[in-house]
Design a protein around this ligand. Structure first.
Ligand code: ADP
Length: 503
């Protein structure tokens, strides 16, 4: 193992480019920066300019084995650390990340293309919030006493599962990682995270910062590609729990590996989330709600994006006009510029995929698109992956744009006449992650909320993940819940029964 030759700065740095370079080329294993075993690295790009901003260590099975061995070694004493002490350490990490929040926000904006003001700062804040929430839950790892027989004391205790393998995507990498590592650590597990190839830097910095507080080996970070680094992690025999956020396709691979080893798995996969707007809604609030629900400020790169919007016919034209006007007024540009609302698409591959959907939509007879927000004019951004938001109408229900997850700034709006028919349409999807309803008729809203096939239904709002509220989908959107006490207890511990016969 090699120590990092040019350690990143100890205090918060607002020079995101220098920090990106300083983080280059290393995993974080056993409490220190470690070069990749194969000495290989891959380029990390700024999606807004196309420039190479860093190189990430290209992990392989050997790196995975080193990280898992370190995590397994650390887990023995971490599990014996009192639960409240573990929680207190995670809460201390939250405080440290709060001190570094602006730095982390700038770094995530640089590597993901997400606008600093509308997205990246929000993510950095939520990460600290999630850590502080779980940090307070150490004393909730309680068991029960079970009436069994006279002279027998029967109790259950919550025990950690061991080493957790966590695989994360690039769209909200710090936040989605926090949902995994915070409950895992507080429950007494240790963690090996495999970051997404497109966004390995901010999560590596988070890992390094948290390792200033946590014992070495509790939280390890690998970068690398799915098949070469992710696959050996999910297959490693000492990894006793898997938690994954990403595509349905890779989710199935992870689930198969879990089945082979007979270990528990949590999956947070795709979505095609419906937004249902009734004519009696609060109009202005609902139009703004469509913008947040569709995550236009994240270039639509969200599994909960409201990519199917159903509007009661009487309101349809007015709604589409108002939505298009509002999105059109949003500023697309340099993610690090305070004026920017909408940044860049993560990678050329994703850009092409979304462009393909748009081309197909535009070529569909009867379909039309409102194309919003001007392209940035700054010559420095001419190689940036900027894609104008598209609001489609007139698409047939069987269109790929209506059925598949696009993960880009593209939504489809439909008129509807009947609440039962729109409910059936909303549920006619392989996905079931999130949904929202917009109406002032709460009786109808609640009735539909109970019958929508989704893990999360919101009426008259559409917020992102909130600590303490279980989050996770049904159908192909996933298995298990995250973000809550229940998620920590059910997915990161097992219940052991201990019986004492004192007769
Ligand atoms: P996306 O399309 O959003 O990139 P993916 O599901 O392809 O979603 O990737 C999510 C995460 O899964 C990334 O960290 C990626 O490297 C990882 N991954 C991809 N393929 C595999 C695999 N075969 N085994 C384990 N992890 C993988």
């Amino acid at each position: 193992m090699l120590d990092h030759p040019h350690a990143p700065p100890a205090s918060p740095s607002l020079d995101e480019r220098a920090l990106a370079k300083a983080l280059s080329g290393h995993h974080f294993i056993g409490g220190r920066f470690v070069a990749a075993h194969g000495r290989r690295s891959f380029a990390v790009h700024n999606p807004a300019t196309g420039e190479e901003i860093a190189r990430a260590a290209e992990g392989d099975a050997h790196d995975v084995a080193t990280a898992v061995e370190n995590a397994a070694h650390a887990q023995v004493s971490w599990a014996r650390t009192p639960a409240r002490k573990r929680g207190a350490l995670v809460a201390q990490c939250a405080a440290l990340l709060t001190e570094h929040a602006e730095e982390l926000a700038r770094l995530i904006a640089l590597e993901t293309g997400k606008a600093l003001r509308t997205e990246s700062r929000v993510e950095a804040g939520v990460v600290a919030d999630i850590l502080s929430f779980f940090g307070g839950l150490g004393s909730e790892l309680k068991g029960e006493s079970v009436p069994f027989a006279p002279d027998v004391l029967a109790v259950t205790v919550r025990e950690p599962l061991g080493v957790v393998g966590a695989i994360i995507p690039w769209n909200v990498p710090m936040l989605l990682m926090a949902l995994k590592i915070a409950p895992a650590l507080v429950a007494g597990n240790t963690v090996v995270v495999k970051s997404a190839e497109e966004a390995p830097l901010a999560v590596l910095r988070v890992c390094e910062l948290m390792n200033r507080i946590l014992p070495p080996g509790c939280f390890n970070m690998l970068s690398g590609f799915g098949p070469e680094c992710g696959a050996p992690l999910v297959e490693h025999p000492k990894v006793r729990k898997l938690t994954f956020t990403g595509s349905v396709e890779v989710g199935r691979i992870v689930a198969r590996a879990a089945a082979e080893k007979l270990i528990p798995v949590t999956l947070e996969l795709g979505g095609k989330s419906p937004m249902i707007v009734f004519a009696d809604c609060d109009f202005e609030k609902t139009v703004m709600g469509a913008i947040t629900s569709m995550r236009f400020t994240r270039q639509g790169q969200s599994c909960t994006a409201a990519s199917r919007i159903y509007v009661e016919r009487g309101l349809f034209e007015r709604f589409v006009d108002a939505l298009a006007a509002k999105v059109d007024a949003m500023v697309m540009g340099d993610p690090l510029d305070e004026k920017t609302d909408i940044g860049a698409i993560i990678s050329p591959g994703q850009f092409e995929k979304v462009e393909g959907f748009i081309a197909e939509g535009l070529a569909t007879p009867g379909a039309a698109a409102r194309v919003c927000s001007a392209m940035p004019k700054d010559p420095a951004l001419k190689k940036g992956l900027f894609l104008r938001p598209h609001i489609f109408t007139g698409l047939p229900r069987e269109s790929r744009l209506v059925r598949e997850e696009i993960f880009g700034p593209v939504t489809c709006v439909f008129p509807f006449d009947d609440a039962e028919a729109v409910l059936a349409e909303a549920n006619d999807s392989e996905y079931g992650l999130a949904a929202s309803l917009w109406t002032n008729n709460l009786k109808r809203g609640l009735d539909l909320a109970h019958r929508l096939e989704a893990g999360l239904v919101q009426i008259n709002q559409n917020l992102v993940v909130q600590a303490n509220l279980s989050y996770g989908g049904v159908k192909s959107s996933g298995l298990g819940k995250e973000a809550s006490l229940e998620a920590m207890l059910e997915h990161f511990t097992h219940k052991k029964t201990i019986m004492v016969n004192y007769g």
